[in-house]
Design a protein around this ligand. Structure first.
Ligand code: V47
Ligand code: SF4
Length: 384
């Protein structure tokens, strides 16, 4: 729909002058203030948020929906921290626990070699913060992975893992990242951001890196030439003000560095963790959160729905609510979400299934690399 038509439709159907005014700002690509963002969150119907977010997505990406061919390695779930929402971590003292794991270096290399003849461009490595695995260990690990498969993009380590590595090795964030970059690391995933508001962070993950440190780590990564993603954990103790505050801090950093590739809202899942008494939010909330992120984050090019956690059907629906990226084929089974009760208990999707998922909603499936160069256009490929 053209901007003019959308604007007149909104003027006719929305009977709230302030909402109409803010909507017109969005249509004219003007930045919303935190107050305007909050007003939209609190007052706009889902259909209005959806129409605006979809309009922005369409202007930026047309019919294209991106995915990449990747797999995950989670070296361990032993973690020194105790995030209340985490269903996955185990303390070192629980090592004998049946679901605690520690991969050996050989197992990690075998996992990489298992993809020798598989058409894959990225490995995503994240895990618990193991007290015995430090910067030196991970530097060697990355060097060896790059020797096995030089062209593979290594997206690795959340700011939480990196903060621990840097502190233990007594180096600055920048030095730590430069060492990993020189070893072959290409970018950072967006995990560990959770919610930046300090009062909420104190309640859900008080012992890991602070919000300021998370932002500082990503700023340092951008300064050494490593791009990154940003996540936001929603649907637990936070309110809309906290979500806007979170996105606002990211928007400010992105203005400064331009180093973020994608924003990924992550829905809190409540199985097997210390926050299981909190009910999961509805799909309406999911759609609202994604649409608002597309509307508010005017300097982020990509909004990603991570399908293993949100589920394939909701990921498809989100393509009409601002999302233009559905992450990867994830040929491996990541455990972070299945242990937390996510939709996908065994997140494996073939390229054909990915193409079908995207084409079913009338979009063009475009395979991308880790930094959003387009690799293959699958829109002409027929799938059953
Ligand atoms: O930081 C942990 C989240 C994140 C739960 O950058 C939970 O491309 C919901 O960040 N319910 C790690 N979420 C994973 C992550 C990620 C995933 C996919 C792609 C990218 C990327 C990044 O997982 C953690 C935390 O926010 N998480 N437990 C839970 N119960
Ligand atoms: Fe550890 Fe990450 Fe789980 Fe927190 S979310 S307990 S840092 S594995």
């Amino acid at each position: 729909m053209s901007e003019h038509n959308l604007s007149s439709l909104i003027s006719k159907s929305v009977h709230n002058d302030e909402l109409v005014r803010i909507s017109n700002k969005v249509i004219n690509s003007e930045r919303l203030s935190p107050q305007e963002g909050l007003y939209m969150y609190e007052n706009a119907e889902l259909s209005l948020l959806g129409a605006l977010a979809n309009n922005i997505r369409e202007k930026r990406h047309g019919d294209k929906t991106y995915f990449n061919k990747n797999f995950h390695i989670e070296p361990t779930n032993i973690c020194v921290f105790d995030c209340k929402f985490c269903s996955y971590s185990r303390f070192l003292r629980e090592k004998e626990d049946y679901d605690a794991w520690e991969m050996t270096e050989e197992q990690i290399y075998d996992a990489i070699k298992a993809y020798d003849n598989v058409d894959i461009t990225e490995v995503h490595i994240v895990g618990g913060v193991h007290p015995k695995m430090g910067l030196e260990y991970f530097k060697n690990l990355i060097q060896n992975i790059k020797q096995i498969r030089p062209e593979l993009h290594v997206k690795a380590f959340t700011a939480v893992e990196l903060d621990y590595m840097a502190r233990k090795a007594k180096v600055s964030y920048k030095e730590c990242l430069q060492i990993l970059k020189d070893a072959g690391q290409g970018s950072l995933p967006g995990g560990g951001a959770e919610i930046f508001d300090e009062t909420i962070r104190e309640q859900i993950c008080k012992d890991k890196c602070t919000s300021a440190q998370w932002l500082e780590m990503h700023e340092a990564a951008h300064s050494v030439g490593m791009p990154s993603n940003a996540t936001m954990l929603y649907g637990h103790l936070e309110n809309y003000e906290h979500l806007i505050d979170h996105m606002n801090r990211l928007r400010e950093l992105q203005d400064k560095t331009g180093g973020f590739n994608a924003f990924i809202p992550l829905k809190f899942r409540n199985k097997n963790n210390q926050m299981s008494d909190i009910e999961e939010v509805s799909i309406i909330e999911d759609l609202k959160v994604f649409a608002m992120s597309r509307i508010y984050l005017d300097n982020f090019n990509h909004i990603k729905a991570y399908w293993p956690m949100i589920g394939r059907k909701t990921a498809q629906l989100l393509l009409s609510f601002g999302v233009n990226d559905v992450d990867g084929t994830v040929d491996d089974s990541t455990k972070i979400y299945s242990m937390a009760g996510a939709e996908e208990q065994k997140p494996v999707m073939t390229t054909e299934q990915m193409i079908q998922l995207i084409k079913e909603v009338g979009r063009k499936p475009i395979e991308r690399d880790s930094v959003y160069n387009e690799l293959n256009d699958y829109s002409e490929i027929m799938v059953n």
